[in-house]
Design a protein around this ligand. Structure first.
Ligand code: ATP
Ligand code: MG
Length: 410
């Protein structure tokens, strides 16, 4: 059923080395599911009955990582494969290797077990398939293959309990159902409605990882809409109860733009999306009498970033990127004297210009400013000069010193 040629060679060699050393070893999870669905897997994970220390001994180039969930990274020059030891999911010794909090959330899971036991700690039946590339057999203890055939995301065990153990599973159910075009089982739907709010207890670092998986995978708009229908966007994106339709239009435009770039194999960054998601809030805070107050604008940039940080972490390197895009929005509105030349030279000009285009699209206003910049960046110096002089009637008021967006564009 699975063609071994579609499997990463390094992953195959790790499975074989583990088996040659007398251990059980399987490809597991997403890669088996994707291969059965004729999708190219993103990564290849391995599960084994060897302990992390035993794995470490077999592979010189390897490292034990994680406290909450110990596993081993085995690497060669260019690749890294995760090898996890089977977990039992229960702790009779109560020795601190399996720890949950008051709500049942798993804080640590390092009790080793058998393959059968390991299947029950996985989230969905389609993710609990174990493939041995040597015997070419699939271990399926939870009807995963049937559910792939039925195109269904089904929880292993009661989803209410499983989602309190780990609330991120509700986001994962939505992500997999869109990626695979599978239906979500009704019990899972109920559990998302009932337990979705537990996402507010998840660390911002983990939610940032999930944010990237959901919105940087080519189907961001689709994921956003489904999350919206379950009321889960608020656990990933700073939202305001008084938000206008506009802010969600701007976000959707940014998501469409990201999906399009993904399809064209162009670089994509969470920074651009976060800049769009927070822009309406920034403008709201910085506006006074329908004009942007520059002092407020600059002060509010860090505040809105901080508020988003409380939800998802935002790695440092994206802060300046996001702020550059925002500040350049002001500068793009200023087309007097030398300013347009300076703006054009800015290393973030391209991103800021793309951002302006999505603001115009979302606002459904005439794309005058965007078209002006489209021409300006392509033109030779003399045509650039005349583009600027044609704007002479612009007053200093409309430059970014004292600054107001045209009413229809935000
Ligand atoms: P993809 O890589 O396409 O996002 P995946 O299924 O491989 O999907 P990973 O996050 O790479 O997802 O995890 C690998 C496997 O580990 C999953 O298939 C699943 O069996 C298990 N797993 C991962 N996260 C969880 C979780 N939060 N709860 C239970 N099992 C999980
Ligand atoms: Mg994976």
């Amino acid at each position: 059923m699975i063609d071994n040629k579609k499997i990463n060679n390094f992953a195959l060699s790790i499975v074989k080395d583990l088996q040659d050393n007398g251990f059980q070893a399987y490809l597991v999870g997403g890669c088996v599911r994707d291969l059965l669905c004729k999708i190219i897997p993103k990564d290849f994970d391995i599960a084994t009955n060897a302990t992390p220390e035993q794995i470490r001994k077999i592979f010189k180039a390897s490292r034990i990582i994680g406290r909450r969930f110990k596993l081993v990274h085995v690497f060669n020059r260019s690749e890294l494969i995760e090898v996890a030891t089977f977990r039992s999911g229960e702790n009779k010794e109560n020795d601190g290797n399996l720890v949950t909090d008051r709500t049942g959330k798993i804080l640590r899971d390092n009790i080793w077990g058998t393959l059968e036991q390991d299947t029950f700690r996985r989230d969905f039946t389609v993710n609990a398939l174990y493939y041995c590339p040597v015997s070419k057999k699939i271990e399926d203890h939870n009807s995963g293959i049937k559910h792939i055939r039925d195109k269904k995301i089904v929880s292993i065990g009661d989803p209410i309990k499983r989602f309190s153990e780990d609330p991120v599973r509700s986001l994962r159910a939505i992500r997999f159902s869109n990626k695979l075009q599978f239906k979500i089982d009704s019990k899972i739907k109920d559990a998302i409605y009932k337990q979705g709010h537990l996402l507010s207890h998840i660390s911002n670092a983990r939610l940032f990882d999930e944010f990237c998986k959901i919105f940087l995978n080519g189907i961001a708009e689709k994921n956003f809409k489904k999350l919206e229908s379950y009321g889960l966007n608020q656990y990933l994106i700073l939202t305001n109860p008084n938000d206008t339709i506009f802010s969600s239009e701007l976000i959707k435009e940014a998501l469409r733009n990201t999906d399009k770039r993904f399809g064209e194999n162009k670089s994509i960054t969470p920074g651009f999306l976060i800049a769009a998601m927070l822009w309406p809030e920034l403008i709201k805070r910085a506006s006074k009498n329908d004009e942007i107050n520059l002092r407020k604008f600059f002060r509010s940039m860090d505040q809105v970033l901080k508020n988003q940080q409380n939800i998802t972490a935002i790695p440092r390197k994206f802060h300046t990127y996001i702020k550059d895009i925002w500040i350049l929005q002001l500068k793009l509105h200023s087309r007097i004297g030398k300013q347009p030349y300076k703006t054009l030279k800015h290393p973030r000009f391209r991103a800021a210009y793309d951002f302006l285009l999505i603001r115009e699209k979302a606002s459904k206003c005439k794309p005058d400013l965007g078209s002006w910049w489209t021409k300006f960046q392509k033109n030779d110096p003399s045509s650039q000069k005349s583009l600027i002089s044609n704007l002479r009637e612009l007053t200093e008021e409309q430059s970014f010193k004292k600054f107001g967006f045209p009413e229809e564009l935000i």
